[in-house]
Design a protein around this ligand. Structure first.
Ligand SMILES: Nc1ncnc2c1ncn2[C@@H]1O[C@H](COP(=O)(O)OP(=O)(O)OP(=O)(O)O)[C@@H](O)[C@H]1O
Length: 255
């Protein structure tokens, strides 16, 4: 593994804050393919840890394995500890109950239901935090009666984030929230994520380097089934040659 300047010891994050999630030697095989081959990294107990890598390298597979969503024709082995407790292999519903919030890449809103109905369905506590959700996404309050299927991509993303933020979470796992969005909407979503991350730590899969620049505390880069680099997001983006070799994108121009 290549690291930014000094390798961070497993179990601690580079900023010195305690590790909330510890992934160790995570391997995933699906349909005979060895997609992850011993991935190890830590997610800090505050701020945003960004998971990066070229297309198809296994970022979503990593999030899904953590959440117990590896498909039935696959296996996930290794160790994932949340606050010191082993969670790999536990069912997804138990992990959600334990405080893992997931915002999937495809947003998964109920197109035929209104915004308010989509939010109501996501309530898991007696005191859902509508104040937080509507302060982050005022548009959701204005569009409460609109069918989710008629929202723009950015608005659907905000609904998807809003649903998970209604409940208290220990950690949010968010998969490419800005994918396919117009630049202005990307900025809005990034601003909302920045504010959300002040309340709850986030493990974020993100390819848009402008968003990474804005949000990333720590960065973890996956290549060839393993962690190829860890360090701060700032360190990664300050080195255009490194960024280009790891991600095949130009740090100066974003993605
Ligand atoms: N259910 C599955 N069946 C077969 N192959 C799969 C399955 N899920 C993922 N893969 C394969 O695993 C690899 C990693 O996929 P994954 O979606 O995790 O990549 P990613 O890094 O998130 O990609 P992207 O940035 O393009 O979203 C890909 O080659 C993909 O085709």
């Amino acid at each position: 593994m290549t690291t930014g300047q000094i390798a961070a010891p497993l179990g601690a994050d580079p900023a010195g804050a305690a590790s909330l999630l510890h992934v160790e030697n995570l391997s995933v095989r699906i349909a005979g393919l060895h997609i992850l081959q011993g991935v190890s990294f830590d997610v800090a107990s505050s701020g945003v840890t960004v998971l990066l890598g070229r297309n198809g390298v296994g970022k979503s597979t990593t999030l899904r394995a953590i959440l117990g969503l590896t498909p039935r024709n696959g296996t996930a082995t290794g160790s994932v500890r949340l606050g010191g407790e082993e969670i790999l292999g536990r069912p997804t519903h138990a992990l959600v109950k334990a405080g893992l919030g997931f915002v999937p890449e495809d947003r998964c809103v109920f197109a035929g239901l209104t915004v308010a109905e989509n939010l109501r369905l996501a309530e898991r506590t007696d005191i859902p935090d509508y104040d937080l959700v509507f302060s982050l996404f005022p548009e959701l309050s204005k569009r409460a009666k609109q069918r989710a299927g008629s929202l723009s991509g950015g608005q659907q993303q905000m609904l998807s984030l809003g649903r998970v933020l209604l409940n208290r979470n220990r950690l949010l796992l968010i998969d490419e929230p800005t994918k396919g969005l117009a630049p202005k909407v990307v900025t809005e979503v990034a601003e909302a994520l920045e504010r959300a991350a002040q309340a709850v730590p986030v493990l974020l899969v993100e390819q848009n380097l402008a968003v990474v620049r804005r949000l990333a505390g720590d960065a973890v880069v996956i290549a060839a089934g393993q962690v190829a680099w860890t360090g701060s997001g700032e360190q990664l983006l300050a080195d255009p040659a490194l960024t280009k070799s790891l991600l095949a994108v130009n740090a100066a121009g974003g993605h």
